[in-house]
Design a protein around this ligand. Structure first.
Ligand code: ADP
Ligand code: MG
Length: 615
């Protein structure tokens, strides 16, 4: 019988090994960027076509390679970064396994042009599926340019396994962000499908965070700093208000290398205890500088898990450092509305002398039951007089109980509805329907069984949410054209999200055109959104959308837009507006909670109030 064991051909062995390093286009971007950083580049250009399936090009102005080195670089275990096993324990560069280029070349078409500063002429090398096709001298700039085409052309199963372009592009940007955050001294220029996507010039950490994740976050960052004999910590954490429902903005770096570590994340979250809920994730960008001998980077093939020798001490220091920063910056827990003591504060203000009772100012032309939104009235909108038209709903069960009123009929004017809802024999006409705005935040009104406090922004988010959701589920909404097109600039990150949600925003009545790069132009808005506020609303909506957990895209969009638009409500309300507002709220299927499930209405029982005075 003949022997059965044989060696796999190199090309097959390389393909198999490549699977560990190159899982998707983002892996190629990561490896090539790390090599460029290791080569001392200060300026890196990234070009991505078709989310990296068709082309990934990374050009750097680093050290370049000699004619021999560029050929060697593609051999497995070829590296200039370590020479012996001990070196692994003192590793300061990003790479060291010498596997990346060999792996990439095994599953794609690669073209490299490279020149060292002292060489007159550079080298061009072409490799397809690990086979060298050509190598020749070429005139090129100092540094190295890698072009990786047709990734996984020889592994169709891998190609099929890739997700949508949008998702693959997100993976790519995550890699770019990790490297760009850790190397603020390096400038990055990013092109996607031939368009300039973003440019991050050389800067400091704070501004780099702002360039990537938005200028708003940049203004809400608190610096952190801590040091012991073994480790130094620096970076930024977000104020409690910046906490998100997701952990995408949590970045840890050790010696400028991104890593993940549950214990470190938990330590930072502990520092925020009582400042945010357990479900919220504060943004953080924390950098550890430590002697490489005190960490082990070799435990994970893609090197994002790192083991610290003195983990316990480092975690302790981390928690203390973040706590110190939060304390120093006077970050105190925000007042909880459900707290009893706050009620008394509220009432103290309400009873105070300087509280002005609102004067009555009724718009006689207003008809809240108009069936179509006022698509052409430029003055209508969230910031102006109430003008949102609600989907006609009969589900008013609870609010009738609350007011103990007769069932409503949809055709009667809303003011009247409100009055009749509040009205009953025990209250005189004057008392009923009287609303008072408190601290510009709440509406105080009286029902039959008690006083009712409504959180205006929360209630508004509910009204808008139900409206937007209803709109998304039926036909396209009317748009009010803006007189002058409004240009808005987004961050690179915001741009990809906005592109994703443009179709739904269009259904809601937004007319937004992608003007190239990170610029969008708004030609029209829904009737509920005023042109002057649209820029803020869009930025906010993107952030909210990202945080949203709902799987249903319509719900996520409606919630994101409702929450952002609610923030732009004009805080001062006229009595008639308050009445309409309350009636609209109680037409919602769930009127006690804001769009995102926070308490929007508090009822103070007359019996309880009575008890308070008589106990
Ligand atoms: P590693 O980075 O682990 O050493 P790679 O396969 O990524 O392994 O790269 C192999 C070698 O090729 C590197 O050690 C380096 O000497 C060289 N190299 C790769 N990319 C570049 C670049 N952009 N500029 C200069 N040299 C590079
Ligand atoms: Mg490398």
């Amino acid at each position: 019988m003949s022997d059965i064991i044989h060696l796999l051909p190199d090309s097959v062995a390389n393909q198999i090994a490549a699977g560990e390093v190159v899982q998707r286009p983002a892996s190629v971007v990561k490896e090539l960027l790390e090599n460029a950083i290791d080569a001392g580049a200060t300026d890196i250009t990234i070009k991505i076509v078709d989310a990296g399936r068709t082309l990934i090009q990374i050009t750097d102005n680093g050290d370049g390679m000699s004619e021999t080195d560029v050929r060697m670089a593609f051999e497995r275990h070829a590296t200039s970064k370590i020479r012996n096993a001990e070196d692994i324990f003192a590793i300061t560069s990003m790479g060291f396994r010498g596997e990346a280029l060999a792996s990439i070349a095994a599953v794609s078409h690669v073209e490299v042009k490279t020149r060292r500063p002292d060489d007159d002429c550079g080298t061009r090398l072409v490799i397809k599926a690990s086979e060298v096709e050509s190598q020749e001298p070429v005139s090129c700039a100092v540094g190295t340019s890698f072009i990786v085409k047709n990734l996984f052309f020889n592994i169709p199963a891998r190609r099929k396994f890739l997700k949508t372009n949008q998702t693959e592009q997100k993976f790519i940007f995550n890699e770019i962000y990790q490297i760009a955050l850790a190397h603020c001294g390096v400038s990055f220029t990013i092109y996607t499908d031939e368009n300039l996507f973003a440019k991050y010039p050389e800067t400091n950490l704070k501004q780099r965070i702002g360039a990537i994740f938005g200028r708003k976050l940049e203004t809400q960052l608190l610096p952190i700093e801590g040091q012991t004999s073994i480790v130094a910590i620096h970076g930024f954490v977000g104020t409690p208000e910046t906490a998100k429902k997701h952990s995408y903005l949590q970045y840890l770096f050790v010696n400028q290398r991104f890593f993940r570590q549950k214990n470190f994340q938990a330590a930072i979250m502990r520092a925020y205890q009582n400042l945010i809920t357990a479900k919220d994730y504060p943004p953080f960008f924390v950098f550890f500088d430590i002697n490489p001998a005190h960490i082990d980077v070799n435990i994970h093939p893609t090197k994002t898990e790192i083991k610290f020798v003195e983990e316990y001490n480092v975690v302790q220091l981390l928690e203390a450092t973040v706590k110190h920063s939060l304390g120093k910056n006077n970050v105190v827990p925000s007042l909880d509305f459900s707290d009893e003591t706050n009620y008394s504060d509220l009432f103290a203000t309400a009873a105070g002398r300087d509280v002005k009772l609102p004067s009555l100012d009724i718009n006689p032309h207003y008809n809240p039951f108009e069936s179509s939104p006022k698509s052409t009235s430029a003055g209508s909108g969230i910031g102006g007089k109430s003008s949102f038209s609600m989907p006609h709903k009969q589900s008013t069960q609870n609010w009738e109980q609350l007011f103990d009123a007769a069932p409503r009929q949809a055709a009667i004017p809303i003011q009247q509805t409100f009055r009749s809802a509040l009205n009953n024999e025990e209250h005189s006409q004057q008392e009923t329907g009287m609303c008072m705005q408190i601290q510009k935040k709440y509406i105080l009104t009286q029902g039959k069984t008690g006083l009712m406090l409504i959180d205006i922004k929360r209630a508004h988010s509910r009204i808008l949410y139900e409206k937007f959701l209803a709109q998304l589920q039926c036909t396209k909404q009317l748009t009010q054209r803006t007189i002058v097109p409004i240009r808005i600039e987004t961050t690179a990150h915001e741009m990809s999200v906005l592109q994703e949600i443009l179709p739904q925003l269009a259904e809601l009545g937004f007319e937004i055109e992608h003007f190239g790069n990170t610029t969008f132009v708004i030609h029209g808005t829904p009737a509920d959104v005023e042109a002057v506020q649209v820029e803020g609303i869009i930025h906010q909506c993107i952030a909210e959308y990202e945080e949203g957990k709902a799987v249903n895209v319509h719900e996520r969009i409606a919630l994101a837009l409702a929450k952002s638009a609610a923030l732009y409500r004009n805080p001062t309300m006229q009595p008639d507006e308050m009445q309409i507002f309350i009636a609209q709220l109680f037409q919602c299927s769930e009127h006690n909670l804001s769009a995102d499930g926070k308490r929007a209405v508090v009822l103070l029982d007359y019996a309880e109030i009575f008890k308070k005075f008589n106990s």
